[in-house]
Structure formats: C-alpha cells, structure tokens
Design a protein around this ligand. Structure first.
Ligand SMILES: [Zn+2]
Ligand SMILES: [Zn+2]
Length: 171
C-alpha cells in the first residue's frame, strides 16, 4: 500500500524531531529518562527533568561539579571514574573555562599557540590578545586562560592534573 501524503509528512516530522533530540542530547541539553524511557529536558541549574514521570537527574557538567564539591579538586581520571563522564568531556570543560586547575598544582594545560602553561581555556592571555586584535568583538575571551602564579615542585614524579570548579574559586 502506498503511504498517504499525511503519513509521509508525519514520518518526515518524526525524523526532524529525532534529529533535534539527538542534537539536544549531544550538547547535554536533554537525555533519555532511565526510569520511563521518555525524554528528559534541561530544567535549571544543571538538572534534567523528565516530562513524563518527573524524575530529575544532573547533567554531565552537574555531575562533575558535584564531584568536585564533594571531593575537592581532583584529577580528570578520578572525576571520570566517580561520575561516568568521559575524560575527554572533562578536558573540554577545562578548555571552555568551566573548570580550572588550582593555582599551585604541579602541572597545567598548555596554550594552544605558544605552549605557555595555563590553568584553563585555550590560549594564554598574550595569545588571546593577539587573536582578538583585528576581531571586532572579543570572541576569544571565553577561551583566554589564566597563567598560574605558583607551581609545585614535581621532583620528577608522574603527576596528574587536578581540576576544580571555576566559579567557586572566584568567589
Ligand atoms: Zn521519566
Ligand atoms: Zn600563548
């Protein structure tokens, strides 16, 4: 039987909705409810709420933030173990400046341009300023990191990166 125009339209609509939902999930703005299988949407303060059963769950960033709150600054591998959030995602939060490496740590991330050590972001302040030159707006501002003031002596031991929530440190 040939599908009717209405059925075709309906199918297209469903496909479009599915794509939109996939995008929301990809950007941590929605997820599938573990209780009822319906869609949970971002509600507030890094919490998802299920439209259907009302269940609430933290977003990936919410889980990372809570872990840091509960355990203090910790390295990405521990946070990943404790939250189930992949290390790559935690590193992304670091590059986005949502979390930072505490001052006085024994290792930092590096400026993507000059390799200078920074506590968060993608570029050191000098390179960020260079990028911003010639731009009408400071689009790189959120990617401008901060250079650490102190560094712990490492004595050649293997070290891992501790990270902490950024806003908390600023308060
Ligand atoms: Zn639910
Ligand atoms: Zn730099």
């Amino acid at each position: 039987m040939k599908p009717t125009l209405r059925q075709i339209e309906e199918r297209e609509k469903q496909k479009k909705e599915k794509r939109q939902i996939d995008t929301l999930i990809k950007y941590d703005r929605a997820k599938i409810c573990p209780k009822c299988g319906e869609l949970m949407r971002y509600a507030f303060g890094e919490v998802f709420k299920c439209d259907n059963c009302g269940a609430e769950e933290l977003t990936s960033f919410g889980k990372v933030r809570k872990y840091i709150e509960d355990h203090g600054p910790s390295n990405a591998a521990n946070i990943s173990d404790g939250t189930g959030v992949p290390v790559s995602t935690i590193n992304r939060y670091l590059r986005e400046g949502r979390i930072e490496i505490p001052d006085g740590s024994d290792s930092y991330i590096k400026c993507e341009d000059c390799g200078a050590e920074i506590r968060y972001g993608r570029y050191c302040p000098a390179c960020a300023a260079k990028h911003n030159k010639g731009q009408n707006v400071g689009i790189f501002n959120s990617e401008a990191g901060e250079v650490p003031k102190h560094k712990r002596d490492a004595y050649g031991k293997m070290h891992t990166l501790d990270v902490m929530e950024k806003t908390r440190n600023k308060r």
